[in-house]
Design a protein around this ligand. Structure first.
Ligand code: UD1
Length: 371
């Protein structure tokens, strides 16, 4: 194995870790003829947002930590861009390729740094589009895909989007969904932890809630209305609400934290580890979320998912899966909750390429392109 000219895998924020873990495993299994280096940008840094994922997903400690931390979009992106460029220039040997995943600020910043140095970049989870440019992630996706050399898509809509944007077909490969590899790998262990039972919850007897998008949590009127919806749900089922640090801060600032804590049916928690969250998701009656990844995970699990957004970049979760976009209309959200509770909610089916083997296909593509 050539230890010079490694392939660099970048992980920066919580939703990146479960995508990188299966690729590192698959590269080893495929005996990739080059070394792998793992770079953590430090966009997420709390133990609950980062360390727990490395431990539970069996990831090696990062070879390089850029410690970029939080900040405005400009400041955070600039710090990652500058420090990743410095890293790429610092080594004795030049990386033969860089792999970025998803749509966070670290994804775009690292792709930009590498491409400008003439290093080939592969983007895993390419081609997803919400067509909503007010979302920071949509800008990250557009920029990243327009500059990367290899675009590896997770669902068929990704290929259609890239074709429409004029990306040559020879840059695009459909590989499926690496995050679902991790889900399938971890599900037996997650179930064995009996997480719902340890919280006194019966399987299918509770709703799981996650919220962190600026459009839902930054504005007091919207967040207050969402807390009202959670109270409505809590009158019928227990509600488990692990709050992202950003959401926790806003709940406190808008005076909503005590209201939630005062409701005996609402379990407000710190962010959960991967397995705890998966164990809770797998046995939930329903999930209410604004996350991108959770829309996919609930589809893979066959659990009803009501997404508190009016668009999704992951349309297969709606057309094939168990996801429904309930948008801004909380009456519509409540109507959907009722269909879940009365058993008339739609059932989903398996999405192509969400089969637990996507990372093997990624490894094949990378080895063919970069060996
Ligand atoms: C980022 C991603 C988003 C992803 C989400 C998952 C971008 C543009 N957004 O959003 O796509 O869905 O991660 O969580 O990249 N904070 C902590 N501890 C941490 C990290 C963050 O307390 O370890 C707090 C800080 O106050 C920070 C805030 O959370 O300012 C937001 O973090 P940031 O990484 O900027 O964006 P997210 O909202 O997490």
């Amino acid at each position: 194995m050539s230890v010079s000219n490694p392939v660099v895998f970048v992980a920066g924020a919580r939703p990146n870790f479960m995508k990188v873990a299966p690729m590192l495993r698959a590269m080893t299994a495929a005996a990739a003829p080059f070394a792998r280096v793992l770079v953590h940008t430090g966009q997420h840094y709390d133990a609950a947002m980062s360390d727990v994922f490395f431990r539970e997903l069996g990831m090696p400690a990062p070879d390089v930590h850029l410690n970029a931390g939080s900040g405005s979009h400009g400041a955070q992106t600039a710090r990652v861009l500058a420090s990743f460029e410095e890293y790429l220039l610092s080594g004795a040997t030049r990386p033969r390729g860089v792999v970025v995943v998803g749509d966070v600020n670290s994804t775009m910043a690292c792709a930009l740094a590498a491409v400008k140095l003439g290093i080939p970049v592969a983007h895993v989870e390419a081609g997803l589009r919400s067509f909503d440019r007010t979302m920071p992630e949509e800008i990250n996706r557009l920029v990243t895909d327009s500059i990367c050399d290899l675009l590896l898509t997770s669902e068929r809509a990704g290929e259609a989007n890239l074709t429409r944007e004029g990306i040559p077909a020879d840059r695009v490969r459909f590989v499926g969904n690496v995050m679902i590899d991790t889900l399938m790998h971890q599900l037996p262990t997650a179930r064995s932890l009996a997480v719902p039972e340890s919280m006194g919850l019966a399987p299918r007897g509770y709703a799981l809630v996650t919220l962190h998008r600026p459009s839902n949590v930054d504005e007091p009127r919207r967040l207050t209305a969402l807390v009202g919806l959670l109270e409505q749900v809590a009158a019928r089922r227990a509600v488990v609400f692990p709050a992202h640090p950003r959401t926790h801060e806003r709940l406190e600032r808008f005076g909503l934290l005590e209201r939630l804590r005062g409701n005996a049916s609402i379990h407000l928690r710190d962010p959960l580890g991967y397995r705890e969250n998966l164990g809770l998701m797998a046995d939930a009656a329903l999930v209410l979320t604004d996350s991108g990844g959770i829309q996919e995970e609930t589809t893979a699990l066959g659990v009803p998912c009501l997404t508190l957004r009016s668009n999704t970049e992951r349309p297969a979760t709606v057309t094939d899966g168990t996801n429904t976009l309930v948008g801004d209309d909380l009456d519509a959200a409540w109507a959907s909750v009722l269909t879940v509770l009365d058993g008339s909610y739609k059932r989903g089916r398996t999405v192509e390429g969400w089969d637990g083997h996507a990372a093997d296909r990624v490894a094949r593509v990378l080895i063919d392109a970069w060996q």
